[in-house]
Design a protein around this ligand. Structure first.
Ligand SMILES: NC(=O)c1ccc[n+]([C@@H]2O[C@H](COP(=O)([O-])OP(=O)(O)OC[C@H]3O[C@@H](n4cnc5c(N)ncnc54)[C@H](OP(=O)(O)O)[C@@H]3O)[C@@H](O)[C@H]2O)c1
Length: 246
């Protein structure tokens, strides 16, 4: 049984559909109920089982309630895909609201760690678990996306968290890996293109617009299909990069 955060749209939705296609029951958690229900319908249409729980994963109480209702229904979680994240705030750092910066870290890093730490005891007891943290290529090149300090910081921290946890859990049967999904045509990319170039920087805006117009973005399905086969392996402590699949 699998939990996908941010399973209502984009990469999370595609991962959820492919997990369901592989035979997993999928729990979907995010804030937008309509999007979650839409994904659940798509899972049902392909003959799978999905369970929706609306929650903001930065809220410890909402996460606890979500996990309680999911495990009460289906038992312990075996697969956790920490996919939910934001790319915002995008702005010159001198103009950033530090609270907004901290909010991005809370979602992109702290919420991921909280979910993993909470599910770990049951995974360790069973001697089997799969944790995947959806990262970004920016973690390899933190200076490559100017005015995205929170995102660069969060994804680098996420990968350090992933590798440290994987090393700690070596030989337990619980694997922990990061997945850089590549440039993917999702709402997150559309949001970046919709920002004022003066605010986020013309170079950044032009790059994301060009990638879209030149058709170089992956579809969410293409990106997810580069992750799914990895989950069947015992590999741990890896950073799987859709831009450089090996
Ligand atoms: N698209 C790309 O090119 C790209 C590139 C590199 C890495 N990534 C990574 O891939 C992952 C998915 O990105 P995407 O492009 O699919 O983004 P997206 O379309 O914006 O989807 C993000 C998902 O996260 C959920 N989410 C956001 N805040 C949340 C919160 N506080 N609590 C619960 N759920 C929350 C959203 O649902 P609600 O808003 O309804 O909560 C949504 O389902 C992210 O980790 C992102 O950093 C994407």
């Amino acid at each position: 049984m699998a939990l996908v955060t941010g399973g209502g749209r984009g990469i999370g939705q595609a991962v959820a559909l492919q997990l369901a296609d592989a035979g997993a029951r999928v729990a979907l958690v995010a804030r937008s109920v309509d999007e979650l229900n839409h994904t659940a319908r798509l899972v049902a249409d392909q003959g799978g089982e999905a369970f929706v729980h609306v929650a903001d994963v930065t809220d410890a109480g909402q996460v606890a309630a979500a996990l309680a209702s999911i495990t009460a229904r289906w038992g312990p979680l075996e697969v956790l895909v920490n996919n939910a994240a934001v790319v915002s705030p995008l702005a010159p750092s001198a103009m950033l609201d530090p609270d907004e910066w901290a909010g991005a870290i809370a979602l992109n890093v702290t919420a991921v760690a909280r979910l993993s730490f909470t599910l770990l005891p049951a995974m360790l007891e069973r001697g089997w678990g799969r944790i995947v943290n959806v990262s970004s290529g920016i973690a390899a090149h933190p200076a490559g996306m100017l005015r995205a300090n929170a995102y660069a910081t969060s994804k680098a921290a996420l990968e350090a968290h992933t590798l440290n946890l994987a090393a700690e859990l070596a030989d337990t049967g619980v694997t922990v890996n990061a997945f850089r999904p590549g440039g993917v045509d999702t709402a997150m990319q559309a949001w970046i293109r919709g920002q004022n170039p003066e605010h986020i920087g013309a170079a950044l805006h032009d790059r994301f617009t060009r990638n879209y117009e030149q058709g170089t973005l992956l579809t969410p399905e293409q990106s997810a299909s580069l992750l799914l086969p990895r989950l069947a392996t015992t590999a741990t402590g890896q950073i799987w990069d859709a831009a450089n699949p090996t």
